[in-house]
Design a protein around this ligand. Structure first.
Ligand code: F6P
Length: 364
């Protein structure tokens, strides 16, 4: 019997379960393959005792529309920087990647499918270079992985953000207020940009375009006539003013990102007040609502196609590859190429031009 092991790493994302189910369903069409799942990314392989489960058709029945991941996930630590406590109580990290590859070999695992975003695919590439048979599946609501038209989970996040804009428009209109909606997007403004266009926002502030607060204030005023009117601003969590930096809280959780982004919308309100904006301003921070819950059908289809393709790459022995969507096909690209550059909104991108054509102000 041949064995393929699935791991889901990084932040969770709607569609993870649909990928897992698709891999298992496709693998079960073959007589000689069985599927294992490691709990919490690669941690399940390295823990004592190990937490690796057998995945069969029964285990994955009906999970395609469930949010989260049945395998659990983590965006901290990992085989290359495994946190451990020193005798003095402080924390350090160790590289356990070679040990993990040895363990996989003892377990009789022939190949690994790593479902994850940019960070996870960097791990995939490093493990591939160490000789592991690995295939990547691109996951992230932020859509910041390149070499694919889109990552699964993104459309669901855009749907949630757009629904929030639609709801806030009605209350903004009723009260003649300015509403600031903060969406996810650490380095890439895709969720903000898409939901701003879909929701008909007036201002969209993204990490790639530092904003001038006076330009934002001017855009707001254009939406009011004799104190009547309203204005909708969508801001990505990673947006920053010209010459300024991102805003958030120091995160002291072991192995976590140093900064937990939060409050770009609150800072924007304060900046507007500081330069004399007299409008009533309210902000809403969507946070993890964009990551939880059921995937929209687009993401279920994409995730399912990714899962089938990932298993086929394993079966054909095409390792070091990431599945990718290139309309209308699901294809494969070298993981090394996919992680060589991020997928950011560029100033000359067509979608940005469309947004400007709709009078959306980027504060530049
Ligand atoms: O990378 C996806 C993402 O959703 C970012 O937009 C966000 O900054 C981060 O994850 C939040 O991570 P956590 O779940 O650790 O708060």
């Amino acid at each position: 019997m041949k064995r393929v092991l699935i791991a889901t790493g990084g932040g969770d994302c709607p569609g993870l379960n649909a990928v897992i189910r698709a891999i298992v369903k496709r693998a079960s069409q073959e007589k000689d393959w069985e599927v294992l799942g490691s709990i919490q990314g690669f941690n399940g392989i390295l823990w004592e005792p190990q937490e690796v489960i057998r995945l069969d058709r029964k285990t994955v029945e009906g999970i395609h529309y469930r949010g989260g991941t049945i395998l659990e996930t983590t965006n901290k630590g990992g085989p290359f920087n495994w946190p451990f406590r020193l005798p003095d109580g402080t924390w350090a990290t160790a590289d356990r990647s070679d040990e993990m590859i040895r363990r996989l070999s003892y377990m009789g695992v022939d190949a690994v499918i790593n479902i994850g975003g940019d960070g996870s695919q960097h791990y995939s590439q490093k493990l591939f270079e160490k000789g592991l048979n690995i295939v990547g599946v691109p996951k992230t609501i932020d859509n910041d992985l390149s070499c694919t038209d889109v990552t699964f989970g993104f459309q669901t996040a855009v749907e949630v953000a757009t629904e929030a804009v639609d709801k806030l428009v009605t209350t903004a209109q009723s009260h003649n207020r300015v509403f600031i909606i903060e969406v996810m997007g650490r380095d890439a403004g895709w969720i903000a940009l898409h939901s701003a266009i879909a929701g008909g926002a007036d201002v969209c502030l993204i990490p790639e375009v530092p904003y001038d607060i006076r330009k934002v204030a001017e855009a707001i005023e254009k939406r009011f006539v004799h104190d009547r009117g309203f204005c909708i601003i969508v801001i990505a969590e990673g947006a920053k003013p010209k010459g300024g930096d991102v805003i958030g809280e120091i995160n002291n959780e072991i192995g976590a990102h140093h900064i937990r982004l939060y409050g770009a919308s609150i800072r924007l309100r304060e900046e507007l007040k500081a330069i004399g904006c007299t409008r009533e301003i309210r902000e809403t921070i969507l946070g993890h609502l964009q990551r939880g819950g059921i995937p929209v059908s687009y993401d279920r289809v994409l995730a399912s196609r990714y899962g089938v393709k990932a298993f086929e790459l394993v079966k054909e022995g095409k390792f070091g590859q990431m599945v990718s969507y290139r309309h209308p096909d699901v294809v494969q690209v070298p993981i090394a190429e996919a992680i060589s550059r991020p997928n950011f909104v560029t100033l000359d991108s067509d979608i940005l031009e469309s947004a400007r054509g709709l009078d959306i102000c980027f504060g530049d």
